[in-house]
Design a protein around this ligand. Structure first.
Ligand code: ATP
Ligand code: MG
Length: 449
């Protein structure tokens, strides 16, 4: 992408309404624009990151055997009356009446609708297990939308729903999502710790919130320090096999949110020097809730013995539009965002220091095209602007590698690569720069780990 032809409305000043660094940087880097309280447009640079995040989520959901579909945002109120949640949900639900005075709502989540799809088509135990997911906009009329897309009213969520014959098999489905989540966040460059979480009014004992530690997080959390650097299950993980040992291992160390923590238990389980009591961002939640929806909505299958069985369900959410600011909270410095390569809007940026100088133009053009043919997602700052402004913009938008092309270097047959994360600079012969970038970038895509 040539920057001269791109839409990147950078802000010089830090907007006053933004309280936390990720919100400030997303506005300054031209990623989002607020449209109403808790409602945001995603501008091209932000949307590119959002789509990279979404692709990782899809990749890992698919790997774990979940099937993608798409349900509408507007739902009929009657479905929610069946589960009893139409009245229970309260003011967070946006209720709408259409021209025929039919009651509708903007979905805050989709348990009812997916249960309706399931009961329409699935009749036999032979069709289980089943896990269906979608990535769709949700609306929750939050009392206090804040922190940009971290807590908005309209937000993009991945929500998966599992259907199984009994509790034991539902736990296997739960484990598949648990392991998929470990892999998903890891591939985005995040350390997300599964923590015991509240299951809500209908009981069930199995729920985890996946938490990214950050001072600006809204939840207080308590965990064992060794949770931070546990190895992540690899791509060869057998999702059709028994995942219990992995989940057991991950849940053996203490980790709980404030709603669940028992301080005596925490202090007994974690030696003082290993205690982390911190704040965290909830980037996802997994949930087993048995027959909470299948019972009232009559989602049953015929078992092997011919009897009708209410299916056991779970749901599994990822806050796709929340993950983006969470990554920024975890990875930035005073100059701006530091994107992990796997979610970076562009992997490298060619900076032409002297636009108009024929030699610089020719060399920078060549590098840009060369990067493209090497399969690297590259941005090219071909604008006629002072070098300082270009460096500041590149640092702000957080592109992992800058390839700096200028007349002085070219005279010696050299270019420079700047690593955004470390600030390290390397001088390279013209002919070796692209190979060097490839070798830096490819392993960090984390698409094979
Ligand atoms: P919170 O406690 O932060 O309000 P929640 O527990 O009500 O969230 P869930 O129903 O568990 O949310 O939704 C699944 C995921 O969707 C959450 O883990 C979070 O990442 C994301 N999410 C929930 N509410 C919002 C919101 N208002 N804005 C952005 N993302 C959200
Ligand atoms: Mg939650």
């Amino acid at each position: 992408m040539r920057l001269s032809q791109y839409f990147l409305p950078l802000l010089k000043e830090t907007p006053k309404e933004a309280e936390i660094v990720s919100h400030q940087l997303m506005l300054r880097a031209g990623m989002i624009k607020q449209q109403a309280a808790g409602s945001y447009s995603w501008l091209p640079l932000g949307y590119k990151v959002l789509m990279k995040v979404q692709r990782i989520v899809e990749d890992e959901q698919n790997r774990a055997g979940a099937l993608q579909l798409l349900m509408p945002t507007l739902q009929p109120a009657d479905l929610w009356r069946e589960s009893g949640r139409y009245d229970a949900y309260g003011k967070e639900m946006l209720r709408i009446e259409d021209r025929h005075e039919r009651e509708m709502l903007f979905g805050p989540t989709n348990e009812e609708m997916i249960t309706d799809i399931f009961r329409t088509y699935v009749k036999s135990y032979k069709d289980l297990p089943l896990n269906l997911y979608h990535i769709q906009w949700k609306f929750r009329d939050e009392v206090r939308p804040r922190f940009g897309t971290m807590r908005s009213r309209e937000f993009l969520m991945k929500d998966a729903y599992s259907f199984d014959l009994d509790r034991e098999r539902a736990v296997e489905a739960y484990n598949r999502m648990f392991v998929a989540y470990l892999r998903t966040y890891h591939r985005m460059g995040l350390v997300a710790i599964p923590m015991r979480a509240e299951t809500g009014p209908i009981g069930g004992d199995l729920s985890h919130e996946f938490i990214v530690l950050a001072d600006t997080g809204e939840s207080a959390v308590f965990c064992h320090a060794d949770m931070l650097d546990k190895p992540i299950p690899g791509p060869d993980t057998d999702f059709r096999g028994d995942l219990t040992p992995i989940v057991k291992d991950w849940t053996s160390l203490y980790a709980a949110t404030e709603d669940m923590v028992d301080m005596a238990e925490y202090e007994a389980a974690v030696p003082a020097e290993k205690r982390i009591s911190a704040r965290g961002i909830e980037v996802g939640q997994t949930f087993y809730f048995g027959t909470k929806y299948s019972a009232p909505m009559k989602a049953t299958v015929t078992g092997a013995d011919g009897k009708e069985i209410e299916v056991h369900m779970g749901s599994y959410g990822v806050g796709v539009t929340r993950v983006v600011p969470a990554i920024i909270e975890a990875s930035h410095d005073d100059a701006g965002i530091i994107w992990p390569v796997s979610v970076a809007p562009f992997e490298a940026e060619v900076i032409n220091l002297k636009v108009g100088d024929p030699e610089s133009d020719a060399a920078a053009d060549d590098f840009y095209l060369g990067l493209k043919s090497a399969g690297i997602d590259a941005l090219y700052d071909d604008r006629d602007q002072p070098a300082g402004a270009k460096f500041a913009a590149a640092d702000l938008i957080g592109i992992p590698y800058q390839l700096i092309v200028g007349p002085r270097g070219l005279k010696n047959g050299e270019v420079e690569i700047k690593h955004r994360k470390t600030g390290e600079r390397e001088t390279l012969a013209l002919g070796s720069a692209i190979d060097r970038l490839k070798s830096l970038i490819e392993p960090q895509r984390l698409d094979k780990v």
